[in-house]
Design a protein. Structure first.
Length: 262
């Protein structure tokens, strides 16, 4: 599964408004002034990456974004199993700040598509109405503790993608019209994968199987899209739940963020 992840997902940059290639790097730009750097490997011409080569790539990528004043922040997405000597030092030296590591979880969608008993009154459904999507995003922002500025940026990106592409589904669990859990499904064109992202559940509703039911509903939808695998970058809150559902930790990912003027 790790090989399939490396070959099919490493350079997936859906909904980017622009992508610049710098050697092996895919430097994407998104609405809201966000940059994102990903790659399959930092090796070059069949030769393993060196500290000098890694440092040069970091400097070149940052220079690319620095020359665009509309880019306010940039994320460099690392993977724990990569051969990337000196990458941490090069990123920190360039002003990138590491966030908490996350687990890259991958599993067969069919293993997640099982029935889950829900508490009375809880309904899981896909939402498409703009008002429903806004309620979903507001709940996620509240649970994640997002700033108003970041929440507005996410909302802009989500609605742009929903209006211009047909590759993202929004799913919620509701009780009496209140969104208590939510997450996205993103089938990736040309791959065997569908990503499950943005999983959030209100604290008072956790531990009742709602997140597992939401994951199962998205896995069923992934199967309908013809996808074999489901993947997710997971915090330590969701990793144990996904492992119980059949996903496997194949590697780790640590986002490093650069902010203009920091």
């Amino acid at each position: 599964m790790l090989r399939a992840y490396d070959e099919q997902l490493r350079v997936e940059v859906a909904s980017a408004v622009g992508v610049e290639r710098i050697g092996p790097l895919h430097c994407a730009t998104y609405l809201g002034g966000r940059g994102f750097i990903t790659y399959r490997s930092l090796n070059a011409d069949g030769e393993p990456a060196t500290e000098e080569r890694v440092r040069e790539l970091v400097e070149a990528a940052l220079a690319h974004y620095e020359q665009d004043p509309s880019t306010a922040r940039v994320e460099w997405k690392t993977r724990g199993h990569d051969h990337a000597p000196g990458l941490h030092e090069a990123l920190v030296g360039a002003g990138f700040v590491p966030d908490e590591p996350e687990s890259v979880m991958v599993g067969e969608a069919r293993l997640l598509a099982y029935d889950v008993d829900l508490p009375e009154g809880v309904v899981v459904r896909q939402v498409t109405d703009e008002g429903d999507v806004r309620r979903m995003l507001a709940m996620q922002a509240e649970v994640f503790g997002d700033s108003p500025e970041f929440a507005a940026e996410i909302e802009e990106q989500v609605f742009h993608r929903l209006r211009t592409r047909d590759d993202m589904e929004m799913w919620v669990a509701e009780v009496g019209g209140e969104v208590v859990s939510a997450g996205r499904l993103e089938p990736v064109e040309g791959t065997e994968f569908a990503g499950i992202w943005g999983g959030a559940t209100r604290p008072e509703w956790r531990g009742r199987g709602i997140y597992r039911a939401l994951t199962s509903a998205r896995a069923r939808s992934a199967l309908r899209h013809g996808k074999r695998y489901v993947n997710s970058d997971s915090t330590e809150f969701s990793r144990p739940i996904l492992e119980q559902s059949g996903l496997v930790k194949v590697t780790t990912t640590t986002p490093y963020e650069w902010r203009r003027g920091r």
